[in-house]
Design a protein around this ligand. Structure first.
Ligand code: CA
Ligand code: CA
Ligand code: CA
Ligand code: CA
Length: 369
């Protein structure tokens, strides 16, 4: 059975996505191969996934997912839940920073925006080689936006200096870049080093460590591109607009598929059309195609929110990369995350490059400072 149907939009009306599809290009229709168990809380709870790649054993890689009404859920790549950490922190977005220098060692960090009543800001967990997460946040929460509630977050590692950062995005469109620092005693703290801005509510963001870009999704407007370096210019450029190529508000999660030679893809969650727009990672980020998952043994995705992708092998079920997306209406209960084999997403148009290791991910390289 064909898992994917690739249809040129012209003359393929029956296969086209809903209203904005006339402006979309090719549409790829993968079927989910796995899904996580539903989050513990009802209503709008699941939001943003992140994939942690195990340093030596791909099959022990993990999927992290936020439950906005609970904690940070840790899943195996078959969708089973291993644990929930910080069960009352109410995380919104989550991302991974590899190889952070902590106590003279390199440690992988999970970083999330949180909004518990008395703890608004960012939390950091250290991930050990067994896949256990331990809260490493100095003072319990890192303050951002002068104590206001952050919305989106993404990590950035400057490959020239080895320094680790996160960007937080706020509901007013404000953006802060924070440098992560070893606070001693196995704890991590941060300091704001730069401020950026978009014009209205924004959440989804992703940094391209290798090419040095930050992308921010302004929900009703489109995708902005900024220099990610802490000393970079503050002026951004709108590289994708709502209304073009089927990109439909709200623009939500962003993620990057890394391939060799600076190639790959920027993928945006187009919540209003329940689809994902795929842009070239390099150059002017030209639009390439749209991913519109379809129902199979696992239900289709709706009101898509956060998204994460890796080109690398993880479990035996996903030997050539996996795309993970939030499903706003899970037919099996509370919201959850759906997992797609990257080869089904790539079809004949996109690269499948599981051998490429993005810089900064491993434990080699310049010593962190
Ligand atoms: Ca949002
Ligand atoms: Ca669909
Ligand atoms: Ca669904
Ligand atoms: Ca979201």
């Amino acid at each position: 059975m064909l898992a994917v149907v690739v249809a040129a939009m012209a003359g393929a009306g029956a296969l086209c996505a809903a209203p904005p599809a006339k402006e979309a290009g090719e549409v790829v229709r993968p079927v989910a191969k796995a899904q996580t168990v539903p989050v513990s809380h009802g209503g709008d709870a699941a939001d943003d996934p992140a994939i942690w790649l195990h340093p030596s054993n791909p099959a022990r890689s993990l999927l992290l997912g936020t439950d906005k009404r609970g904690g940070l859920d840790v899943y195996n790549l078959d969708g089973s839940r291993r644990e929930t950490v910080s069960p009352r922190c109410r995380p919104n977005n989550v991302d991974i920073l590899y190889g952070f220098g902590l106590g003279g060692r390199r440690v992988d960090l999970a970083v999330a925006t949180v909004r518990a009543g008395d703890a608004r800001g960012v939390k950091v967990w250290a991930i050990d080689a067994t896949g256990r997460l331990a809260d490493a946040t100095a003072g319990g929460t890192l303050g951002v936006f002068g104590g206001k509630t952050p919305y989106g977050v993404c990590c950035y590692r400057d490959v020239k200096t080895g320094k680790g950062y996160f960007f937080v995005v706020g509901k007013s469109g404000a953006i802060e870049q924070h440098a992560l620092r070893d606070a001693g005693g196995g704890r991590v703290t941060s300091a704001c080093v730069r401020r950026l801005k978009v014009g209205s509510i924004a959440e989804g963001c992703v940094a391209d460590d290798e090419l040095g870009w930050l992308y921010v999704a302004e929900e009703g407007v489109g995708i902005w591109k900024f220099a990610a370096a802490a000393d970079g210019p503050a002026k951004g450029r709108l590289i994708a607009k709502v209304g073009e190529h089927g990109l439909t508000a709200d623009v939500e999660g962003l993620t990057i598929y890394y391939a060799s030679g600076g190639k790959g893809y920027l993928i945006a969650s187009s919540q209003g059309s329940n689809t994902f727009c795929v842009y070239a990672r390099e150059g002017d980020n030209r639009y390439l195609l749209t991913v519109d998952p379809q129902a199979g043994p696992i239900d289709d995705v709706n009101d898509t929110d956060g998204v994460a992708v890796t080109n690398r092998p993880t479990s035996r079920q996903f030997p050539a990369g996996v795309l993970v997306v939030q499903d706003g209406h899970n037919s099996g209960g509370n919201q959850n995350f759906k997992l797609y084999d990257w080869r089904d997403v790539a079809g004949r148009r996109l690269r499948v490059d599981p051998a490429f290791r993005r810089p900064g991910r491993g434990r080699k390289g310049p010593p962190p400072r």
